[in-house]
Design a protein around this ligand. Structure first.
Ligand code: GLU
Length: 436
């Protein structure tokens, strides 16, 4: 049975690289009817924190990458010590008394692997055959002390005990693989299949780092991305089906994903594309769900619901949607006080035009769509000659009277959302201002 793992060290936030590695491991396991394990690698006692562990687990849960098994590496310490002792007893490792790096006056008893110094060849599912000569690696330190094992040892022992079949991880681990294979051979562990994923690069082609945007996956959640959108984009970071298709749910990906589709070159992080993919997922939500999932707040729920199509058109995250509601679309909830000079900025016939439009509007009743309002008002607007300013001479002041903003949605959309009564009342307010 296929068994994969994500093995994050809780020494930092869950970042994009680890999230993508987790996704690919998850998908590979699902695709092959296998299991996906989360193993928190907290052997670095000084740098590991509970806060980082919580952040990582929260992020993975938000993305929907549910695990079949959970292990905290530090809890396996007795087993690591057992293997260390066995390695020493069998002559594959030895205790070395040496001056401490931290304090030269002290002596420490580290455990070193006895390196046979040979060529190690392994087949990487993405990179093909890779050979390392291990001689220059020297005798790797595998434990700081007999009861303080280090990463390389813990990874190999845990992968063996947990029966991990596929190690899918970042390319930065390629050079660790030779060392880990030497340890495997020393303890008689089977060799898993390796697949090293290409790096994720920032737009300047350097390795993706904090400089390129949010560092913690939870920041994206807080910014109002949908997990479906984020997952869809992550999957496209260095993988494709070979077709133009780009819209995939986690379930679809679980049926499609394979390592053959992983690209060999670095994948470029493209925030604009992430935003576009996310917007496509936001648009799939029903209007009611859109409000709930975005936790959108506005003074009037009915108007908010009417405004969702506008939000779907414009917002690429839920925080952008909320910003629109607080900014450009706040006019939907609070009647404006338009400025007289601005009302008059498209010509002096404004009062006449607004009166006429009010008159036409009064022929309508009930709920309207932007299209029905447009159909009703356009004949009047189109009757204004070019010399008199054309349709803009009526439609601009109408829009401004409704919104009080120089930039806002078109007047037909505004009327459809505000309703006929509120719209007429706003136009009358403007007429009053013009008369004053
Ligand atoms: N704990 C390692 C890291 O955070 C990953 C080890 C592995 O995938 O083999 O980079």
């Amino acid at each position: 049975m296929v068994k994969t793992r994500i093995a994050p060290s809780p020494t930092g936030w869950l970042h994009i690289g680890t999230a993508r590695t987790a996704l690919f491991n998850y998908l590979y396991a699902k695709r092959h009817g296998g299991q996906f394990v989360i193993r928190v690698e907290d052997t670095d006692r000084e740098r590991s924190t509970k806060e980082f562990e919580d952040n990582i687990l929260e992020g993975l849960a938000w993305l929907g990458l549910t695990h079949d098994e959970f292990v905290r590496q530090s809890e396996r310490l007795p087993r690591h010590i057992e293997i260390l002792e066995k390695m020493i007893a069998e002559g594959h490792a030895y205790v070395s008394e040496e001056p401490s790096k931290a304090d030269e006056s002290k002596t420490v008893s580290v455990v070193r692997l006895k390196n046979p110094g040979k060529d190690v060849t392994f087949t990487d599912e993405i990179r093909g055959e890779i050979t390392f000569n291990t001689t220059e690696l020297g005798d790797t330190v595998i434990a700081r002390a007999i009861d303080d094992p280090l990463y390389h040892l813990a990874v190999v022992v845990d992968d063996m005990d947990m029966e991990i079949t596929h190690v899918i991880r970042g390319e930065d681990h390629i050079s660790n693989t030779a060392r880990q294979i030497l340890i495997q051979e020393a303890i008689g562990a089977p060799r898993p299949v390796y697949a090293h994923l290409p790096l994720i690069l920032g737009s300047d082609r350097s390795k993706l780092s904090k400089r390129h945007g949010a560092t913690s996956i939870n920041d994206y959640r807080d910014e109002g991305f949908l997990p479906e959108g984020f997952i869809n984009y992550l999957a496209l970071l260095g993988w494709s089906t070979g077709t133009d298709e780009e819209d995939f749910s986690l379930e679809e990906l679980s049926a499609l994903f394979d390592l053959d589709g992983v690209h060999k070159g670095g994948a470029m992080w493209d925030r604009q594309k992430l935003l576009d993919v996310n917007q496509r997922w936001m648009r799939k939500e029903t209007d009611v769900n859109y409000i709930v999932k975005g936790n959108l707040q506005a003074p009037d729920q009915d108007i908010l619901r009417m405004a969702v199509p506008l939000l779907k058109e414009r917002a690429k995250t839920f925080s952008e949607a909320q910003e629109l509601l607080n900014g450009e679309l706040a006019c939907l909830f609070t009647a404006p006080t338009p400025d007289k000079d601005l009302l008059l900025s498209k010509g002096s016939d404004v009062s006449m035009h607004l009166e006429a439009l009010c008159e036409v509007l009064s022929t309508l009743s009930g709920e309207q769509t932007a299209e029905s309002v447009k159909e009703t008002l356009m004949p009047y607007a189109d009757s204004i000659t070019k010399e008199d300013g054309g349709r803009g001479a009526a439609l601009w002041p109408l829009r401004y009277a409704l919104s009080g903003l120089e930039r806002s949605p078109d007047p037909f959309t505004l009327i459809a959302i505000l309703g006929l009564h509120e719209s007429a009342s706003r136009v009358r307010t403007a007429l009053g201002i013009l008369q004053a």
